[in-house]
Design a protein around this ligand. Sequence first.
Ligand code: M6R
Length: 614
Amino acid sequence: MCGIVGYIGMQEACPILIKGLRRLEYRGYDSAGVSMINEKGELNVFKAKGKVDDLEAFLSDKDISGTIGIAHTRWATHGIPCRENAHPHFSSSGTLSLIHNGIIENYATLKERLIEKGFTFVSDTDTEVLVQLIEYYKLEYKSDLLSAVQRALAQVIGAYAIAVLDKNNPDEIIAARKASPLAIGLGEGEYFLASDATPLVEYTHKVIYLDDDEIAVINRNSGLQIITLQGQAVNHEVSEINLDLGAIEKGGYEHFMLKEIFEQPDCLVNCMRGRINPEGTIVRFSSVIDNAEQLLNARRYIIVACGTSWHAGLIGKTLIENFCRIPVEVAYASEFRYSNPVIGNGDVVIAISQSGETADTLAAIELARSRGAFVYGIVNSVGSSIARNTQTGSYIHVGPEIGVASTKAFTGQVTVLTMLALCIAKERNTITQAELEEALGELLAIPGKMAEVLSQNDAIASLSRTFTYAQNFIYLGRGYNYPVALEGALKLKEISYIHAEGYPAAEMKHGPIALVDAEMPVVVVATNKLLYDKVLSNIQEIKARQGKVIAIVVKGDDTISKLVDYVIELPETAEFLYPLLASVPLQLLAYHIAVCKGKNVDQPRNLAKSVTVE
Ligand code: M6R
């Protein structure tokens, strides 16, 4: 949520900042701004409502010179999206400019105090309070910027990644973080700042991830110094970013989301590589081998996650319970963090997150660890806060996901959960070697089968046109397919703004069936072997009320197929692997409906990719 970028070096800062903002636009895109100090020592701030394109147009006749600068793309928390609320924010005297990702929870109290001291405000944001507070301490103690930042941050409750420029010191950027990500790219005589590594990769592969309560002083002459809020020097390891530039570009596709949907077969191959042997006889995770005591003898697993990752967690529950015979609970991280969970030694918490930065999931991890649980992370973003704050874990290795609607991360998460369940089950002897080999054989065949599903893209696109004007949608599934229904509904809501609900199919008769009439499209994931007749009855009940049924069936199905209005066929696989195949046509359906409706598929309204605030 909100993307921040910074640059100091020999090059002109603005083009680098704008390029960086484009890479981070998935984090928020309601307004954007830049601030540079030019050769004359002037501190300029330029901002525009809307996308980075709008900002760039606004900059066309401005003095954007300067080799030091900061920039921001916003996802509104305090105050509507407008130029005044966009970042960077000036301090009252116009000598400081600041960008911020996060939330200052006690901003109202701080603002009141500053108003009493004569400060005035031009925006509704919590961020402006912070820049004024820094200015206040700078003036009050006649101090330099660093000491003022330290004093101000000591007063702040909340989350922040910030960067500040001071007109009186055109050779220095001060940055700090607490619970919001911040990476520093190390170039030759130049430094870059960003919310994640994607803006850095074309300039440098060397990066330092700031930790909580740390401040970076980046000086043109003396280089980089990292200290704690209290001023103690910190030595940081430099990480190497292995990010291919092609992976963060559209590569000929109209949207990132479509590219990411089509990447899934390759992503799953990458995800399985090195974990399953080519013969399909062994599945291994070093995280399981190294932590066998905690993972194999756990009293209970608790999965915490948000949104799509939570849906993957629901599938994980069924997988782990079925294969490993360990009880599993699944909690929304946002609820878990404020509950008083009965949890402790002997419990394993699995935290699932694409971005690795979701504030609620991070807080849930902190709570679980403080109560003695062992925490395992399933994360996509390498080096992210969740990856660093869990005791062990597995990356899903699907590459950067830029489209706000999660697609390949979901199937990557489900694939890791499947392998993890099989690995733990084998170690616990709750499945036989023959069962393991059968399961792994099926899993290894999934990428090929997924490619077959993707080849139906044109047919799904033309089916989507039929539903462009639908007002509501229902998605149904049972067993492993129930979370697939939830995920299908979420995808449609997120990018087409059509109201959609997912239910376990048998729940329909307990209320939701009242919604069904000839105007109601109902998507049924009907691949279940075990519950086939039950799902068939559920479909009959909908048809009896004139609902329009789109059924996802297994190739060769000739009963449900004859009964419903539209059919999408999947290749046959094992029952527990249908979520990996069935989620693909639902992603495509949502994508094409949103495109037909002319929506901004990659940057849907009100959403951000990385939810780093509560
Ligand atoms: O990065 P995370 O997986 O922790 O994010 C969790 C949710 O915010 C995310 O899945 C969200 O629901 C997506 N927009 C879904 O498409």
